[in-house]
Ligand binder design. Sequence first.
Ligand code: ZN
Length: 421
Amino acid sequence: MNGPTTSKAKWAGDSPRSYNRTNVMKQVLKTPGIDRTTLSKATGLTNAAMTRIVQELIDAKLLKDVGQLQSDGRGRRRSGLAIEETGGYVLGISILAFNSRIVLSSITGEIIDSLPIEPTELSNVQQTLDEIAQMALSLLDKHKLDKTRVLGTGVAVAGYLNESGDVLDPSYNLGWPAFNLERSLEKRLNLNVVVDNVNRCIAVAESRLGSCVGVQEMVLIRAALGLGAAIITQGNILRGHANRAGQIGHIPINRDGLLCSCGAQGCLNTVASGWAILNQLGLSDKPSTGPGDLKTHKDKLKHVLEKSLAGDQNFQKVISKSGELLATHNLSLLHSLAPEIIVLTGPLGANTVYCDAFKATLIKGGVSSKVITNCDQNITASASAASALALETYVYSPSFDIQPLLPDVQVDVFQAETLIL
Ligand SMILES: [Zn+2]
């Protein structure tokens, strides 16, 4: 899991040894079956240090020997190492205006279980958090997991955190006020919790385990009822002043244009988003201002997208124009950043009409980046991205304290009666 980190990584208890241990785990995750000698070379550790670290990780049941998988080129076989998939687990929770979900993942990143979250009343924060916590705890119960091996929870939220990264700014999408989401969930789950904006979680997950592993320069656009983006530059998430980078939906393009959900007129959201498509088809005359509107708009957008794929030319024309405008009004940004890869995800990123218009306009505008959309391949879903955030923060991190996972150490004690002089 090399690549960008989020600002929420917690670095308590780090030391050269824990950095080395993290490097070993990352390398084994990236190269299952790797032998100890190759591992030493890849991490720059001496064989003695490597042996000690690997043994400790095997004792903690985080690594396992996987038999004689690799040849050393001279006919000898070396035993390989892999991450022990039962060695630990994390939860991933996506909290969006709709399609919220909770997943249980192993420390290899494999999704073990997944449940949709359907809050009784999303805008009632306390009740929604109680319901999410109850689901999370029953998911852990169902799998009868050793609690010491549940290593943390990641949350991907449809909102932004404040500058210090601990308080969720008011989210009109969810109808939630500003509050400390991380602490509120920690209190209910009795687990470490890390929270980040959903677009950033997906971008980081793609650069860890998805289609963009190792990519240092990337722009991810999520096109749903509203538009949002996450930017990875020089291998790190670009957070911007006050943690606000990536809000492309509010790029002003026409000051005499339609009213946007943010209160301004003529933002990009009013011409290139899912809501803009509904508006142009006469299906909505004002942008979504809360969960109620979002639910209605979501159902309408789903219908429009399905009809367009079934061949409705009127719908196709409007969708195509929106995809074109998304590209047109991001040309400056994309030329400025020159990303290696542009990822288009969200419901519109899964619509071929929107994606084709977006791609064609980028090419016409001289953008040479590779473009990946949900039409081409599965981009990491939001709850899986949240579990990747938890893995990065709590497992593949020097802050990971493995002591509770080690078996009781049998200390050799000198006993006077056995001492022979
Ligand atoms: Zn706006």
